[in-house]
Write a protein that binds this ligand. Structure first.
Ligand code: C2E
Ligand code: CA
Ligand code: CA
Ligand code: CA
Length: 278
């Protein structure tokens, strides 16, 4: 693209054009990648502080790129979002996570699996039907699935989000508010949203050991969750001291590098053991 700059000189904006081309190329590759099932799921255990057990895992997507290696979500989720590929991506993640969940059940391990669902996907009219179909195809009780949704969307598309979540909640699917505390919305949606869990953003958790304010926020959010009949999950637990403070404030579930990192499915049994001994 040629752009007029000061003095009427036309300057070729190489950086911008280059990144645009790169972007289009990646989108094409992602489309192919979805077609060829190049997405890979890693799972990170969550430990219940009351029982000491790791009863659930969060599924986190990666892209096994044919040349660039294993790419983290930050490198392709925004791209998929802008290219209208999130529906397809989520369908694959959901199915893979549920297949894995049902495999674990056959092996005697009754884990719950949490799947991240972006706003655009949740409000798609077909989404609840798709979830119900996958659960029944893989012979899973709906309570085996937790959908993690971020709070921003809940206000932007309130009616559609509420109706999708209400329908899934009635079936028994669990609903978690991810990155809780970071959205622009007020607490109002907690009055009528059918959620089962608040997942406090790691920004609050990571600063507990250095900030009394963070401790106060985590503590009062735990009380709020309990008063509403919900449980509180703390993510981003990176050290023993933070884990200790979380126990002290009555947090229900913990997740983070200190317990276990996200790992491929075959490493999950080992990660569960290490998480429960942290
Ligand atoms: P999130 O849902 O908030 O997931 C937690 C992120 O924190 C993950 O990064 C996880 O690997 C990382 N994490 C876990 N423990 C710790 C810790 O102790 N310290 C720190 N610093 N980080 C920790 P990841 O896997 O790179 O995922 C990033 C984001 O990408 C996720 O944030 C989620 O918003 C999105 N994402 C991942 N998988 C999916 C998916 O299947 N669908 C959608 N829509 N989004 C996804
Ligand atoms: Ca999440
Ligand atoms: Ca989160
Ligand atoms: Ca996040």
């Amino acid at each position: 693209a040629a752009k007029a700059r000061g003095g009427g000189v036309l300057v070729y904006d190489e950086a911008r054009d280059g990144s645009g081309r790169h972007r289009l190329e990646l989108i094409t590759q992602l489309r192919e990648g979805l077609h060829e099932h190049q997405l890979v799921l890693h799972y990170q255990p969550q430990v219940d502080l009351r029982t000491g057990r790791a009863g659930s895992v969060e599924a986190l997507v990666r892209w096994q790129h044919p040349r660039r290696g294993l790419l983290p979500p930050v490198e392709f989720i925004p791209l998929a979002e802008s290219a209208g590929l999130m529906g397809k991506l989520t369908a694959q993640v959901l199915e893979e996570a549920l297949i894995q969940c049902s495999r674990w059940r056959t092996e005697g391990s009754h884990l719950q699996v949490a799947v991240n669902v972006s706003p655009s996907v949740l409000i798609d009219h077909d989404f609840p039907t798709q979830v119900e179909y996958l659960l029944s195809t893989h012979h899973l009780p709906p309570s085996a699935l937790v959908l993690e949704v971020t709070e921003d969307l809940l206000m932007a598309h309130r009616d559609r989000a509420v109706s999708a979540l209400t329908r899934l909640r009635k079936k028994g699917v669990q609903v978690s508010i991810d990155d809780y505390g970071t959205g622009y919305s007020s607490l109002a949606y907690l009055m009528d949203l059918p959620v089962t869990e608040l997942k406090l953003d790691r920004a609050f958790v990571a600063t507990m050991t250095s900030s009394a304010r963070s401790v106060a926020i985590v503590k009062s959010t735990t009380h709020l969750a309990h008063a509403l009949g919900l449980h509180l999950v703390a993510e981003g637990v990176e050290d023993a001291e933070t884990l200790h403070s979380l126990r002290a404030v009555g947090c229900d579930l913990v997740q983070g590098y200190h317990l276990a990192r996200p790992v491929p499915a075959h490493d999950v049994p080992r990660a569960l053991v290490s998480a429960t001994s942290a």
